[in-house]
Design a protein around this ligand. Structure first.
Ligand code: UT7
Length: 329
């Protein structure tokens, strides 16, 4: 029997209209366009302003675009995985809300939480579901409303994050395209250095937790930065070496968009020419699990069938990894 591969056959994306730029942020807190641009590489980020809305709103718009581009019908979808750390509610899952809003009734739907690495972990999971032969049309989302967990009085984290969502359709193929290999890792050493301290079952919400701003991102920036550089750059090189891929074999390197300096480190480690490194951090900031699929959404038209793509991410946990993907259309 021929091997079944899992290939991406379509993409949709959505970012909110509202643009929060560095100049507006500089009026809100003691920061500057110059600091944010040189230290992180962000100029502006999108913010979801609709009241009482979560990532499901953006995920649904992304999926509607994908459906109309690919001619896919909701009843054909048999699995939905939403990578998110900012789900609409603790439960029910964002995936089940997305399913309801899209009128998808024949699918298993669940959320996957691996912080900023969520999309590559979800894509690798989707590939396993497809390769098993049991699932045929899988939607993999990265969807985040990071503004809902951002403290806009803290200059060390407020400039970093933005909102957005993107989705890929994954299907079986017997061609040699799709997810070729992955390396995914976790090290719990990162746990206390990048977290949301309250709102979970260990520290449920209290007046005190709200007063102490424990429902927004806590990050020890330099500690996280060092691990991000070592691990994300390292694993990008490792997956290429493992598969005998040279820098010139890679059509596109798609790194998680947390800091331009971390992206540069991954580019250097792989040797991939900078013109082939996809960057949109300047316009969208760090959209956590949505950052890699948003890059793919923006560059879709430049991809060619058979292109080798390396996706790589690092996030809370710590979690990190890389996927080698052969573009399928
Ligand atoms: O998404 C996946 C996981 N997250 C990451 O990968 C993020 C990793 N970390 C980073 O990207 C960087 O550490 C940050 C962007 C968060 C911070 O950059 P940094 O170069 O590590 O800055 P720092 O924390 O070492 O701070 C340097 C200085 C400090 O002032 P002093 O103590 O030197 O006087 C900060 O108070 O910059 C100051 N600072 C700012 N100044 C102006 C920190 N934030 C700001 C700001 N505007 N927004």
């Amino acid at each position: 029997m021929e091997k079944i591969n899992a290939v991406i056959t379509g993409i949709g994306g959505y970012v909110p209209e509202y643009i929060l730029d560095n100049h507006e942020l500089s009026r809100m807190m003691d920061t500057s366009d110059e600091w944010i641009t040189t230290r992180v590489g962000i100029k502006e980020r999108r913010i979801l302003k609709e009241p009482h809305s979560g990532p499901s709103l953006m995920a649904v718009k992304a999926a509607e675009e994908l459906f109309s581009k690919t001619g896919t019908k909701p009843e054909e979808i048999d699995l939905i995985i939403v990578a998110t750390s900012t789900a609409d509610y603790i439960f029910p899952s964002c995936a089940s809300i997305v399913a309801e809003k899209l009128n998808i009734k024949n699918a298993l739907a669940f959320d996957l939480q691996a912080a900023c690495s969520g999309f590559i972990v979800a894509l690798d999971n989707a590939a396993s579901f497809i390769e098993s032969g049991r699932y045929k049309k899988v939607l993999v989302f990265g969807a985040e409303k990071m503004s809902s967990i951002t403290n806009y009085t803290d200059r060390t984290t407020a400039p970093l994050f933005g909102d957005g969502a993107a989705v890929v359709l994954v299907e079986p193929t017997t061609e040699k395209t799709g997810v070729m290999d992955s390396i995914l890792r976790t090290d719990g050493i990162g746990g206390s250095h990048l977290m949301l301290k309250s709102g979970g079952s260990v520290n449920p919400s209290t007046y005190e937790s709200i007063d102490k701003a424990e429902h927004t991102v806590y990050q020890e920036g330099q500690y996280v930065f060092k691990h991000a550089v070592t691990n994300m750059a390292g694993v990008s090189g490792d997956i290429m070496e493992k598969n005998n891929l040279k820098a010139e074999d890679i059509a596109w390197l798609i790194p998680h968009q947390a800091n331009l300096r971390i992206i540069d480190a991954a580019a250097n480690r792989t040797g991939v020419d900078y013109s082939k490194v996809i960057i949109n951090i300047d316009r969208f900031g760090n959209t956590s699990a949505a950052s890699i699929p948003l890059c793919m959404w923006e560059y879709e038209k430049k991809f060619k069938k058979g292109d080798n793509l390396i996706l790589t991410a690092f996030g809370a946990g710590f979690t990190w990894g890389a996927i080698w993907l052969k573009w399928g259309y």
